[in-house]
Design a protein around this ligand. Structure first.
Ligand SMILES: [Zn+2]
Length: 261
């Protein structure tokens, strides 16, 4: 089954500047629905796309161009066949570019990638750290994507939550993590996760993390342990231990209507 919203959304894309407008729309959604001061944290500039086999230049995205569609063949040459069949988009902090897999993306993808572009994890001093906790970052990005869909695009939210349409409309492998953050937000205001996620002038990652843990009831700081194992899973254990049975029950389902604002 195809999504009725998709035609309306993608029907607007004819030229490169139409893509740029859709990105602006997503950034506007982020500012309206989540964080009014969201600003791009990546380094703006040129980005060269090379073949992973022989480092041949496949394409150059110039400074000023922020978003680009890429066909499956080029995608496979640049990022591998596995990525070409699984991924729908990516954000490149170095150059501040969003690359979308042609014919395999929709509004959800654009919002997800736009969120990466304004997160603290794409801010140059924390790039390495963001990669070390990639699973945690991806799940949190997808959870916040869901929050924007829930608040502004209810049809997309339902399609995403229930996995009703094509795979690029759903949350795929990130489902488990999204459920953890959604259940957690029934106990601690979602604002704490928002404050953790967005890049803010003068706030380092360790400061942001410390204030986050402080706001969680009786939580132990599990960061170092999470780095050695898996931060997302370690965070889940901490939630189960400190928030108890009700958390476990909540984490089985996925319902944005009961989260604390
Ligand atoms: Zn992502």
């Amino acid at each position: 089954m195809d999504c009725p919203e998709r035609m309306l959304y993608l029907g607007k894309v004819r030229t490169a500047s139409d893509l740029e407008s859709l990105l602006d729309q997503s950034l506007e959604d982020i500012r309206q629905e989540l964080y009014v001061d969201a600003i791009v944290s990546g380094i703006q500039g040129e980005h060269i796309i090379m073949s992973r086999e022989d480092r041949r230049i496949l394409d150059i995205i110039r400074e000023g161009e922020r978003v680009r569609e890429m066909d499956g063949t080029t995608w496979a040459e640049a990022y591998g066949a596995r990525s070409a069949s699984l991924d729908h988009g990516m954000y490149v902090p170095n150059g501040d570019k969003i690359i979308l897999r042609k014919d395999r993306w929709c509004r959800k993808t654009m919002i997800h990638e736009a969120l990466h572009s304004v997160s603290i994890f794409s801010y140059a001093p924390h790039l390495e750290e963001g990669l070390r906790i990639k699973v945690f970052v991806e799940a949190l990005t997808e959870f916040l994507t869901g929050l924007i869909l829930y608040r502004k695009y209810p049809d997309c939210y339902e399609g995403w939550r229930l996995d009703k349409f094509e795979d690029w409309c759903g949350m795929g492998t990130k489902t488990r993590g999204v459920k953890i953050f959604c259940a957690f937000s029934n106990f601690v205001s979602v604002q704490r996760l928002i404050d953790l996620y967005f890049w803010q002038e003068g706030i380092t990652w360790s400061q942001a993390w410390a204030s986050f843990i402080e706001a969680c009831p009786n939580f132990t700081d599990i960061y170092e342990e999470g780095l050695r194992t898996n931060l997302l899973i370690r965070f889940k254990y901490e939630c189960e231990e400190k928030l108890g049975k009700r958390f476990r029950r909540k984490a089985k389902g996925l319902d944005y209507s009961t989260i604390l604002i």
